[in-house]
Write a protein that binds this ligand. Structure first.
Ligand code: IFM
Length: 443
């Protein structure tokens, strides 16, 4: 790896990220059912009908996994708490075993010199709340706030940073408009309500946590570089529309209290009545912004189709096994764009960036030179963004471990550490070793 810790400003944080459902094993520790358990149990939703019931058994092997972070010379660990593990019914009586698990996990990080970066919602919506309409129900802002306050009353004294929601575009659009994630809906009205309620939940929880005395609160947004498939006015408009839905809706709501016109033109008629009155509450001040970035897409007009009337096209660059083009320039663009257009000098963290690859263990090792090059390219993009003036404070690789890649099951391996899903044996890949060398403490 060409890049090293010394190439970044003093205090820059390097970490790796995971999420609860993808690694813990939802069957362990008396967790309640979440909508991913039931979505996966429904034919056709997840490749080979795989689910997160066992995953990497991080629930049982968390000490070994934290040791990997420490030995990899990471400064921080981005993890999430499962709502269904802490509150099996989504509300009401907490699962003491669940909250104790996270209590020990946070202590385990601190004992190993790792800064805990907590995410409160990375998609384990308790099934009891999903049955009440989940993200389509206005009450979810209050349910999420109560859950967040409970978690923070136990962990808030020791975490370094807290994000409310991971990737609201996935929570709302991918799940209620494109139908790819739980609950698998393809309905514009459901999507419009979820697009608004996920932001209300963020705003209400942020205000409540701040009133409770907690600090360093943020949100993690995902971005996908949008380019027109051609220079025709129609294709340029298609890219503008997709950029508004994906890349502008959430950040403009959080930082300006507005939604982009290009997205409202389609979603407006389906929005909950009186939504405008919620915007002040949604645009609570935040202390940092998390940027998740993986790839870019081209967009073409799809005349005759209902709004947004666009077609997505993948470009010609080398791709990961997700079929995602490797395009580090997109990361530089988003970091500088966030600083320039939205957050000014607010601290930015790259909270996710990484690639899936067809990794295999051969003679006890995993040679993933492609991933080393990917990380190098994206770290260079971060350095360029810092050079442009963006206040980027850290970078988290997605993911520490191979894990449950949602609708795509266990086939897509993003980890720095290979997991054999039969034996659960962990094998650090060449990329893990390369990063460990690159992140060795400054001398
Ligand atoms: O695995 C996911 C993660 O849960 C959210 N961000 C994107 C990753 C790769 O698809």
């Amino acid at each position: 790896m060409k890049t090293a810790r010394k190439d970044f400003p003093e205090g820059f944080i390097f970490g790796a990220a995971t999420s609860a459902y993808q690694i813990e094993g939802s069957a362990f520790g008396s967790a309640g059912s979440c909508h991913w358990d039931t979505f996966a149990a429904t034919p056709g939703n997840v490749v080979r009908a795989e689910d997160g019931s066992r995953a990497c058994d991080h629930h049982g092997r968390w000490r070994e996994d934290l040791d990997l972070l420490r030995d990899g010379n990471f400064d921080a660990y981005r993890f999430s708490v499962s709502w269904a593990r802490v509150l099996p019914e989504g509300r009401g009586t907490p699962n003491a075993e669940g909250i104790d698990f996270y209590d020990r996990l946070v202590d385990g990080m601190l004992e190993r010199g790792l800064k805990p970066f907590l995410t409160l919602y990375h998609w384990e919506l308790p099934s009891a709340l999903a049955l009440r309409g989940g993200w389509m129900n206005r009450d979810i802002a209050a349910w999420f706030t109560d859950y967040s306050r409970l978690v923070m009353s136990r962990l808030g004294d020791r975490v370094a940073a807290t994000a409310t929601i991971n990737e609201p575009w996935c929570v709302a659009w991918l799940s209620h408009f494109l139908g790819i994630h739980a609950p698998g809906l393809r309905d514009i009205r459901a999507a419009a309500h979820a697009m608004h309620n996920v932001l209300r939940a963020h705003g209400e929880a942020t205000a409540a946590l701040r009133a409770d005395g907690h600090g360093n609160l943020g949100i993690v947004l995902n971005f996908d570089h949008a380019e027109p498939a051609s220079q025709t006015a129609e294709d340029r408009a298609a890219a503008t529309t997709q950029d508004a839905i994906f890349n502008r809706w959430f950040i403009e709501a959080v930082t300006r209290g507005t939604y982009p016109e290009e997205a409202l033109s389609g979603l407006g008629p389906h929005m909950p009545g009186g939504w405008e009155a919620d915007m002040a509450r949604i645009s609570q001040p935040i202390d940092w912004l998390g940027v998740n970035y993986y790839t870019r897409h081209f967009h073409a007009a799809d005349p005759g189709a209902p709004w947004p009337a666009t077609r997505e096209i993948t470009g010609p660059l080398a791709k990961t096994t997700m079929g995602w083009e490797i395009y580090p320039e997109g990361l530089r663009n988003f970091l500088t764009r966030m600083a320039r257009d939205h957050v000014g000098d607010l601290p930015l963290y790259v909270t996710e960036n990484g690639m899936s690859w067809d990794d295999r263990v051969e003679n006890g090792a995993v040679e993933d030179a492609a991933r080393i090059a990917y990380i190098d390219g994206h770290l260079s993009a971060v350095r360029e963004a810092i050079g442009d003036g963006a206040n980027v404070r850290g970078f988290f690789y997605w993911s520490l471990l191979d894990n449950f890649e949602w609708s795509l099951g266990y086939e897509k391996r993003f980890g720095l550490v290979h997991v054999d899903f039969d034996t659960l044996k962990r094998t650090p890949k060449a990329s893990y070793q390369a990063l460990a060398r690159a992140l060795a403490p400054r001398i």
